[in-house]
Structures are given as C-alpha cells and as structure tokens.
Design a protein around this ligand. Structure first.
Ligand code: GDP
Length: 365
C-alpha cells in the first residue's frame, strides 16, 4: 500500500496542504494525475537526493522518482460515525488508506471560522479519534456477533479470534485507539481483515502560524505532549507558506522565498519522507543510460518480490540480481568500476534488498 489520507476538522488547513502537495506534484509532473470528483487524489513524487546523485553520475535520458498517493478526505465532523454529514462516506475513504495524515489547527486567526471555540489541538484530535473509535466499535461488535456462535460451538480459531476482538472492544470502550493496543503478531494477524480505522498509522501535522514555523508554539507543544505515547511523528509546518512555495515555478524565486523564511527545504519534503517511512517503505534504484529510476518496496522484501515491482515477469522468471550498494556506486562512479573493485554482488532469491541498493535483475522470459 502506498496511500495516505489527509484528515482533520473543517478549517484546519487540509485543503491548503493538499494544494501544496498537488502543486508540487504538478511542477515535477512526470505522470501526474488529479481527480476532483471523488475525494481529491494526488500522486506526489518522493524527493530523494540519492536519485539525483545517481543521475548526475549516469546522465540518463530520464529521471523517474517514485511516488505516493495522497488523498484529501475532507468533511470528517463530529457525528460522522452516526452517518451525520457525509460521515459514512468519509469513514469509508479512510478505510482505504494505509496511513493517516492528521492536520491539527495550531494557529490563531479570527478570520478563519472555528465552530469548536478557542483553539484546542488536543480537543480537536480527540473529536476525530472518538469518531473513528465509535466506528471501530461498531465494526468489532458486528464481528463479535458473527463469530460468537462458532466460538461457543468449539471452533478453536474462532475462539482465539473472539478473545482478541473482545480485547479490542474493551480498549475502544475506554476511548483508546487500536494502534495503542499491545498485541502480538499472531493476534495482529487475526484482526488484519477488520481494517480498524484506529489501527492505522498516524502522522500529525501541527499547522502553526508563520512566526512559529521553526520553533512550534504552545499549541503544537500541547499536541506533542498528548501524543507522546502514540509513537507518532508530529510535523510542525505552516501550510499556507507551503502552498505558496509550491506555486512558484521559478527555482530561483523559490530559493529566495525559502531563504526569507530561513528554510533549507520545503516542510512538505519532510512530510512526504515521514509518510514514506511511516508506511514502512524503502527505495531501490535502477540505473541505466535510458533511465535512472527509484522503485518502492516494503522493508523486508526479497529480491524476486522487489523485481516484481517493475514487472510481474521479472518476479516469475527471476534468476538473480546484480547489486551495488548506493555508497559503493557513488564511490566508484560507474557500474564497471564498481564491478572491477569487487563491489558488484550477485544475489539470489533469498536476498533481502536494502534501502538504496542499485539493482539489475536477470530473469527468464
Ligand atoms: P480545511 O477545511 O481543513 O481544508 O481548511 P483550508 O485548507 O480550506 O483552510 C481554511 C482557511 O484557513 C483558509 O482560509 C486558509 O487560507 C486558512 N489557513 C490554512 N492554513 C493556515 C495557517 O497556517 N495560518 C492561517 N492564518 N490561516 C491558515
């Protein structure tokens, strides 16, 4: 899965963030697509300095970064779990994403409407969490009803599953999210198909005012304190500035603008990187004169599976892979020189691909 969904209460800066994401995708546009009908979807390039470095060495015709999909899931409000507003539709959209980017308003601005009164990042987070927990509770109760009979009839698998589901239910009833529930991997496997909304990984965006974009403020600090046990990243950024940066086409203008705000890179890059890592994704490269390209794989994948990312035939007919570590490639500058130095390894089906590997697959057709 490579999909992250932006959620948050109304007027916290979600669309502003999504615009920043989609603008920067448009600017880089290799094969950009945008959809305004259904929930807004954007494909965004994953910035990677290593890709540029390899391209510098190989001088290919094309440079192709890898991408993740970002979905703007607007409209989540109090009462969504009861189907209020377009509640259920939005919850269904969340079910389809692999990770959640939760935008929290940490800026004051009396011109931007807020229905919940004074700025309250922790309260806002809890409103959203509660909606998702209520929905999960509904899911888990239905599921329990379905397997209770089987479990009572002596079905061992159903019985173990029921135990895990009861644990989940109890946890949710205490107003807690599944991601914070301590389950072993066997237990996690059992609830895999339940697609708990609160089981998804979360990244928080503290949308702060301009003055606090480097330091954070009391609101972002309150948020950080509130989520410290969640093992989730909190990214402090100003979505308006990001949207402005992303609109600039001229790289010099962009550099000047960022300089003014003492930024070394767009915060968006940090956000995309964190999302990528949150999803447990890594990158390998292929480097040829036609194309230097980044490919996404899941941490822990073996060489044939990684080959399958390029083409299913590569996986089916996999014979071996020629691998040069990224650092070796940069040190020796060409494949031939790396090979002469004994840095090109021949790896088989069991090879665990490493982040940054430069790969060449051999396969049968
Ligand atoms: P959404 O409803 O969460 O999608 O919120 P929007 O992105 O549409 O933002 C709502 C309003 O807040 C817009 O008028 C934005 O220009 C404004 N806004 C977004 N981010 C910031 C921010 O960091 N500071 C301030 N002052 N306004 C912001």
């Amino acid at each position: 899965g490579l999909k992250a969904g932006i959620v948050g209460l109304p007027n916290v800066g979600k669309s502003t963030l999504f615009n920043a994401v989609s603008n920067s995708a448009k600017a880089q546009a290799s094969n950009y697509r945008f959809c305004t009908i259904e929930p807004n979807v954007g494909l965004v390039d994953v910035p990677d300095k290593r890709l540029n470095k390899l391209a510098e060495l190989v001088q290919p015709d094309r440079i192709v970064p890898t991408q993740i999909e970002i979905v703007d899931i607007a409209g989540l409000v109090k009462g969504a779990s009861k189907g209020e507003g377009l509640g259920n539709k939005f919850l269904a959209n969340i079910r389809e994403v692999d990770a959640i980017i939760h935008v929290i308003r940490c800026f004051e601005d009396e011109n931007v409407l807020r229905e919940e009164g004074a700025i309250n990042p922790v309260g806002d987070k809890e409103i959203i969490d509660t909606e998702l927990q209520l929905k999960d509770l509904e899911t888990v109760e239905k599921k329990i009803q379905r397997i209770e009979k089987q479990a009572k009839a002596g079905d061992v698998k159903a019985k173990t599953e029921l135990e895990v589901l009861l644990k989940c239910k109890n946890h949710l009833e205490q107003g807690k999210s599944i991601r914070g529930l301590d389950l072993n991997s066997a237990e996690l496997d059992l609830i895999q198909d339940s697609f708990f909304l609160t089981g998804k990984k979360v990244l928080y965006v503290a949308n702060v005012d301009e003055a606090s974009m480097h330091t954070g403020n009391k609101y972002s600090q309150a948020l950080k304190d509130a989520v410290k046990d969640e093992d989730a990243d909190v990214i402090i950024m100003n979505n308006t500035i990001e949207a402005q940066i992303s609109e600039m086409e001229d790289p010099d203008d962009k550099a000047l603008f960022m300089d003014e705000y003492k930024m070394t890179e767009p915060a968006l890059d940090r956000l995309i990187h964190s999302t990528y890592h949150l999803l447990g994704l890594q990158t390998y490269f292929t480097a040829g004169v036609q194309e230097v390209r980044a490919w996404t794989f899941h941490k822990g994948w073996k060489a044939p599976q990684c080959a399958g990312v390029i083409h299913t035939d590569f996986e089916k007919g996999f014979i071996k892979a020629e691998v040069i570590g990224y650092d070796d490639y940069v040190t020796y500058k060409t494949e031939a020189a790396a090979r002469d130095a004994g840095k090109l390894r021949i790896e088989g089906k069991e090879y665990l691909v490493k982040d940054g590997d430069v790969m060449h697959f051999r396969f049968n057709v």
